[in-house]
Design a protein around this ligand. Sequence first.
Ligand code: MSP
Length: 508
Amino acid sequence: MKPHYMITTPIYYVNGSPHLGHAYTSIAADIIARFKRLDGYDVFFLTGTDEHGQKVEQAAQSNDQTPQDFTKEISHQFRSMADRLQITYNDFIRTTEERHIKSCQALWNKIAQAGHIYLGSYEGWYSVRDECYYGEDELINTSDGRKLAPSGAEVKWLKEPSYFFDLSQWQDKLLEFYNQHPNFVGPESRKNELLNFIKSGLRDLSISRTSFKWGIPVPNDDNHVMYVWFDALTNYISALNYPDNTELWRFWPADLHLVGKEISRFHALYWPAFLMAADIEIPKRIYSHGWWTVEGEKMSKSVGNVIDPLALIDEFGLDPLRFFLIREVPFGGDGDFSRRSLINRLNSELCNDLGNLTQRTLAQVNRNCNGLIPEIGMRNENDMDFLSQAYLLPERLREQLDRQALNESLDSVWKIIRASNSYIDQQAPWALKKTDLRRMEVVLRVLIDTLRVIATCLQPFMPESMGKLLNQLGVKAEERQLKDLAHPLPSGRNLPVPVGIFPRFVEK
Ligand code: MSP
């Protein structure tokens, strides 16, 4: 029996086309999902689209489409983007699907029957863009006398009848939960924010709307649709067929909800409270990454400075883009996108560091070993020390990816790549060719074994390129799991003539 692992991305709002920010979350989640599969886990990786709410209704209207047609079209764009990014999702959920609607109503009923939902009326500052009410004290007062949400979005005063969830009753239970599960929220800075927010006192949460129609009807009260966050969060269990106890339920509680920092509160506070109220287990971890900005400004549909990941794939290739996004910024922090840093990174680390190492090693095996994997031979202490560092990589990555330190894990791999380039320079197998053929073979074999570890570990980050590299190293498709590294490649295997994998880019 394989251990299981469930990972999710947020479901993306379909009020506009997908951009680099959405691609980022999906790529990061995909890397973790692929790594877990590589490590022998049975993985359920969920993504999808969030299709209800006033913001989507308004976007459809301004596009002269029905919300049904509009959401179908944009959801399709998100799905095609995930496919172009080679996101290995197991399910793509749309919140307009019948299965999801049924689950949301079941969750609502469960919480209502337990006595945690009541009818009242709500008035307050509402931001349609954030789909969120804000307290007066949270607002920013502009110099021209306007009020804005903390995110900078417009707010307006709304009053409507509303169903409430008794969030204020959950304050102590939530604090106790965080105490008992110190790894629940990451990174640490988000946790402090959350604790401060809770300690400032929780108000009951309005979880239905009457001012528009595009949402899931509240059971037994058609005048109300569910608050879009109640609807959206439920996707994580509706995809597992909640409330039906099917085989998929084995994946719950999810191991990781990966989210952007702006929606940490919804996942780390509201979601556990809803789940506690419904007597459902709470996911194991919520990790928030930072924002990509373009020239210092947040990238968003509403600001209009979006970067299209598909155009970047056309120009640079998918794997280089996946690599850059993860390598460039500490995961959890913010990053600023620029073409110059993209090109520098690809040239110096993919083309030079990894590309040259591969080319130098494989060209010599091709020329000087008849293209056959050399014998392991007699390794000296220095060879063994060097190799043992490489063989520590899987364990190091396991530990780093379990705490979502994605860029750190690439750091670890690049340390080995740089050490390999020093090793080849010091050992100079091209010179050994004239003096000691046996030793030359030992050195080239050490390099092949190291490259095999590197390529195996990098598969989740750059699946296509590492597939090519593993082909060139003579590693068969069924030998590419982490556990296969325990078995040495048989010597004498024929290697194909090497071809470069990473092109050099020139700044235009
Ligand atoms: N629909 C909600 C999520 C519901 S989950 C139950 C939502 N959707 S969203 O489309 O606005 O954003 C989803 C995610 O996209 C963000 O949490 C974040 O992960 C990612 N990003 C959107 N813009 C981004 C950047 N500029 N930079 C990095 N990631 C960003 O919120």
